[in-house]
Design a protein around this ligand. Structure first.
Ligand code: UDX
Ligand code: ADP
Length: 470
């Protein structure tokens, strides 16, 4: 058995590294068109940051794990080919802003057809709309002459920041397919380290839809608690207390009830929009509207936070310095795709604030690129005003203290652990008064921050302390 994986991104890279680590007898070849990404996988500076990933790669690389740009050769040699390329939301044409762009998946299928002979098992790892396997099968059968194949769906459920843990000890592995022989071949790979009872098998379409549904349910929980956070701010209830109170109901459970500035990441929004598009396509407008509300609420949460900052700071942040702590979409990753921080920073820049940004893992070019992208309209244009703000009103610094120095306010946008360990008296001493602290992650202990002198505004917590007579 030889494995090839097309796509060395956040999913393909770590997943294949884990398979190679756990199955030393299986050669695993990860290929990508992006030479710089492959070079990074072959170096000491891996292209993505994940706790524990370096060790996994070091153990397998050079033994049975290879990274290269030799796509054709890798496909040709493999018995099992994973497709793990990006499936971003379409930005043009039919379904723009909603449907998944399947251009890269289709190109892979055509390439597999061109370079293959004999029998191959083709595994969809990328998250795909239901019935994509049908398209992959048609391409494989129409382009290839002497190829027989089986298509499997094997969606990945790992979360960034905990990818290694999730791959090592997943709640379940899902394999959808039609051929029992092909399903068994993939089960045998995972069974090297995952108990068989945790390997679920379904038909192809259930597997494809389960991935979209799992992400939609998770995102829905975040939007639900964020909706309640607005009500908490208005009423004096505390969202963390509400989350704890409802989370102890075993039917609800405690996970994914952390109120925030809104979910980010490459999956949630994309997959829900994809689900919405599918529902519309199949003539189910009410179902589509139901799920779309999860994304609408998420956008509202981001906007609400930047508006709260402006309102609280006497209705203007123009020429005020705001220290931004964290830019990644969650802690323990350098990924900024769809990070709520992008939209909050963009809104604050459009209010002419000066931003001093610190994130332990996100480099300056990436921050500027994300903000430029967020300010670019659908025709690829960016206004002079936005460009001016991105060029002149952003400074990226090396630590939280520098971000807070002479600042009118601090906004905590990512829940990095190191933000909890600071000398807050020192932070406060260097800030202007009143020293506003906007905690978008409810990361910091409000009472101790207030005792130092910060004016704290946290998500889902009323800014005014309730008076005794209320
Ligand atoms: C998600 C799914 O969890 C994973 O199973 C799937 O394979 C890919 O999409 P990921 O996007 O990496 O993973 O991270 P996740 O931990 O799910 O967080 C997504 C976003 O929701 C982050 O911005 C996070 O900060 C936010 N979030 C999560 C909350 O705001 N509150 C929560 O309680 C949980
Ligand atoms: P994900 O988060 O789903 O892993 P990424 O964008 O991180 O997505 O990674 C997808 C990778 O797939 C990118 O590195 C991209 O260069 C690669 N890719 C896309 N199309 C092809 C293709 N036809 N052949 C090889 N690699 C591809």
């Amino acid at each position: 058995m030889k494995i090839c994986c097309i796509g060395a991104g956040y999913v393909g890279g770590p997943t294949m590294a884990m398979i190679a680590k756990q199955c030393p007898e299986i050669p695993v070849h990860v290929v990508d068109l992006n030479q710089a990404r492959i070079d990074a996988w072959n170096s000491d500076q891996l292209p993505i940051y994940e706790p524990g990933l370096h060790e996994v790669v070091m153990e397998a690389r050079g033994r049975n794990l290879t990274f290269s740009t030799q796509v054709d050769a890798a496909i040709e040699e493999a018995d099992m080919v994973f497709i793990s390329v990006n499936t971003p939301t379409k930005t043009y044409g039919i379904g723009a802003g909603r449907a998944a762009n399947l251009e890269f998946v289709e190109k892979c299928a055509r390439q597999i057809a061109r370079c293959s002979s004999g029998h191959k098992i083709v595994v969809e790892k990328s998250t795909l709309p239901v019935r994509t396997a049908q398209a992959v099968k048609r391409i494989l059968s129409s382009e290839a002459t002497n190829l027989t194949f089986d298509v499997l769906s094997n969606p990945e459920f790992l979360a960034e920041g905990t990818a290694v843990e999730d791959l090592l000890d997943p709640d379940r592995v899902l394999i959808g397919g039609e051929s029992q022989q092909a399903i068994d071949a993939l089960c045998d790979v995972y069974a090297k380290w995952i108990p068989r009872e945790r390997i679920l098998t379904t038909n192809l379409w259930s597997s494809e839809l389960s991935k979209l549904t799992a992400n939609a349910f998770l995102a829905q929980r975040v939007s639900s608690i964020n909706a309640i956070s607005a009500l908490c701010e208005a009423t004096g209830a505390d969202v963390d207390e509400v989350a704890r109170a409802i989370g102890t109901d075993s039917r609800i459970g405690p996970k994914f009830l952390k109120s925030s500035i809104g979910f980010g990441g490459s999956c949630f929004q994309k997959d829900i929009l994809n689900l919405v598009y599918l529902c519309e396509h199949f003539g189910l407008p009410e179902v589509a509207a139901y799920w779309e509300q999860v994304v609408i609420m998420n956008d509202h949460q981001k906007q609400r936070f930047s508006e709260r900052i402006v309102k609280t700071m006497f209705n203007t942040v123009s020429d005020k310095k705001i220290g931004i702590w964290g830019f990644a979409f969650k802690k323990d990753t350098n990924d900024t795709r769809e990070s709520a921080a992008i939209y909050i920073c963009r809104d604050l820049l459009r209010e002419r604030a000066r931003l001093t940004i610190y994130d332990p893992r996100v480099p300056v070019e990436q921050i500027r690129a994300e903000l430029t992208y967020a300010c670019t309209d659908s025709n690829g244009q960016i206004s002079d005003a936005d460009r001016h703000m991105i060029e002149n009103n952003i400074e990226v610094v090396d630590d939280c203290y520098a971000a807070a120095d002479q600042a009118h306010a601090i906004a905590v946008l990512t829940e990095w652990d190191e933000f909890k360990e600071l000398d807050f008296q020192r932070v406060h001493d260097t800030m202007l008064r009143p020293a506003f602290l906007f905690d978008g992650r409810n990361l910091l202990d409000r009472e101790s921050m207030e005792s130092i002198g910060f004016e704290v505004h946290a998500i889902g917590k009323s800014s005014q302390k309730p008076r005794a007579e209320d």
